[in-house]
Design a protein around this ligand. Sequence first.
Ligand code: AP5
Length: 222
Amino acid sequence: SISEPLKVMISGAPASGKGTQCELICQKFGLVHISTGDLLRAEVSSGTEIGNKAKDFMNAGQLVPDEIVTAMVTARLSREDAKEKGWLLDGYPRSFSQAQSLEKMKIRPDIYIILDVPDEILIDRCVGRRLDPVTGKIYHVKNFPPETEEIKARLVTRPDDTEEKVKSRLEIYKQNAEAISSTYSNILKKIDGNRPKEVVFEEIYSMLSQVQKDKVKPMKLG
Ligand code: AP5
């Protein structure tokens, strides 16, 4: 039997744990991780035209204009590795019009996962988040401290992770969430993201395994 590659969307408020779960999902399922936040941050740090346009919006905790992000995502989705291995889309769509853009191109996931975490916890997670610029790994000063002093010394903070900007990002998320989830209501799975990351991942793992099983097509006989 042949299994078609998985197509997964993961969403949730800022710091709900999308990036953290995506690391674990990709290790197990070998999907191509497409994070619009990561792609945009890479454009900003290499000083590209896209990066220069996106920078001020991102630093202010606002959405980058749809046309910039949509062009970037569709280009990435159409690459051969994403078609072959399947994809995990993280941070897109983030508005109703972004969801509509994908619908028009008939790009649909098999499952739409939402990580659900209470507001007060999100703020603490953002303010305590640190990134390793060398490995791309996500840490937290209390929840997931770095393994060594060497890593600790090189960790960086995102410019949009101040309490004030997190509140604005959260507000924007809430304004858009319902319109996006209504687009995917028949494949939507809400998960309690306020549990240890391994426990959250166990639930995602069993959901994705089920979806993968359901996609297996029986081989033709004769
Ligand atoms: P983006 O990078 O997508 O930011 P976000 O959605 O705000 O999400 P985060 O990256 O903040 O959080 P996360 O859910 O990945 O959490 P993480 O795993 O790191 O976007 C950034 C910006 O880019 C946007 O504001 C916008 O300007 C622009 N942009 C991106 N996409 C766009 C789009 N489609 N359209 C327009 N603009 C766009 O975890 C957070 C912290 O919590 C970490 O410290 C982690 O260690 C800790 N943690 C994780 N899981 C747990 C757990 N289970 N228990 C305890 N702690 C945990």
